[in-house]
Design a protein. Structure first.
Length: 400
């Protein structure tokens, strides 16, 4: 099968890159996602090329042709190169084969000189197709694993047994592609999810987080996170389906940062709470987790004042997750916490006669609770409340 030249030339950089390859005598192929999306009739801004030849010369020559400086060209130890051009990443890789020294380890790569060998290392049949961009074979589709047929049938199929043992994060990608395109899992792929779950504990948190970030901006992220739970891909944890759906409603749009409240839904249901803090987590991520675990100890019918006592300084992601899990006053607290910002500050309270020291913090917390409950709305309300507290007590006490 051949891709019509006019379809390939819709991608404006293909003629540029292919002409550079021809001048250098380098064999060039378009591979993976761009080929898949092209065959699906979907627009893509991705440019993923495989070269057989001098990778460095190819990357620098393309950059020069596009008027891009050498500082915008990067290389990796995995035989890859990337050229940044007007906000687009043009990605190159030398044809290569991979060996996994142990389950979930990063692969050891070595160059090969056959596009067929290179395609054999990929994750799914629909991503294991290439289009020849050389002058002689321009537009020829190379499909040795039946990827085109699986595209037509709507199937996510692994290339070989043990695929998710080699790289457990392929489980996340299987779900993402299935939900993005409305495809189903083949029997071979379904059997691999056990490998993903069993070996995910060997995968660094950063790699898992990257998969969650990518999924968080997808249009069908709800279905993705439901299947992450179904297959227990996130370190064996699961999350209630109702909470996943509710959280999607509570969140504003889709953003890369939304991975964290989704992740917290899984943490809340973890059987072993001592295992939820992981290396490579940021301080904010750890704070969000610890705040949630404390809040989960509150009674289901906790008052706003009780919730505020635990979550007063918690990240908003914690509030979102708790609201999705419990609803009720937890969701009400999510909406009202912005109202708990006091107009009066410490110096103002001292001028009103509040003693210095811990009494200041206690009075501020009392004002915050009154604001949460709607009993205080203005600066004047706060002043009157402070005066009434001082007239009744030497130091403020809770009236909750």
């Amino acid at each position: 099968m051949k891709i019509p030249p006019e379809d390939l030339r819709k991608y404006k950089l293909i003629p540029v890159v292919s002409s550079v390859a021809a001048e250098l005598g380098i064999r060039l192929y378009l591979v993976g996602g761009p080929v898949r999306d092209m065959l699906l009739g979907k627009e893509t801004l991705d440019y993923d090329f495989v070269v057989i030849g001098d990778l460095r010369s190819m990357a620098f020559s393309v950059a020069e042709r596009l008027g891009v400086g050498r500082n915008d060209v990067t290389f990796s130890k995995f035989l890859t190169a990337s050229v940044r051009y007007r906000g687009i990443s043009i990605d190159f890789a030398h044809a290569r084969v991979e060996e996994y020294p142990s389950p979930a380890a990063l692969p050891v790569v070595r160059p090969c000189y056959s596009i067929e060998e290179d395609l054999g290392r990929r994750d799914f049949t629909i991503n294991a197709m290439a289009v020849d961009l050389s002058k002689e074979g321009f537009g020829t589709l190379i499909d040795i694993f039946g990827g085109l047929e699986d595209l037509k049938d709507g199937v996510i199929r692994v290339l070989h047994a043990g695929s998710f043992r080699d790289d457990p994060t392929r489980g996340f990608r299987a779900v993402r592609y299935a939900k993005r395109f409305g495809f189903r899992y083949s029997d071979e792929t379904l059997s691999e999810f056990d490998n993903a779950r069993n070996y995910m504990g060997l995968v660094s948190f950063v790699r898992v987080k990257n998969e969650l970030v990518r999924s968080s901006v997808e249009e069908r992220r709800v279905e993705m996170f439901i299947d992450f739970s179904r297959f227990r891909l996130i370190y064996g944890m699961q999350a209630p389906e109702h909470a996943i759906r509710r959280l999607d409603v509570l969140l504003d749009g889709r953003d890369r940062s939304h991975w964290l409240p989704f992740y917290l839904l899984f943490v809340a249901n973890s059987a072993d709470k001592t295992e939820v803090l992981r290396d490579q987590m940021t301080r904010k991520e750890k704070n969000a987790i610890m705040s949630l675990l404390l809040a989960l100890e509150l009674p289901m019918n906790a008052e706003l004042s009780e919730i505020h006592g635990v979550l007063r300084n918690a990240p908003e992601e914690t509030l979102l997750a708790l609201a999705a899990l419990r609803g009720g006053n937890c969701e009400l607290y999510l909406r009202r916490r912005p109202l708990a910002v006091t107009a009066l500050k410490g110096d103002d309270l001292i001028k009103l006669g509040v003693p210095r020291g811990q009494a200041i913090q206690r009075m501020l917390k009392l004002i915050e609770v009154e604001r949460l409950n709607g009993r205080i709305k203005t600066l004047q309300d706060e002043i009157q409340f402070v005066k009434s507290q001082l007239s009744r007590n030497d130091e403020p006490t809770s009236n909750s």
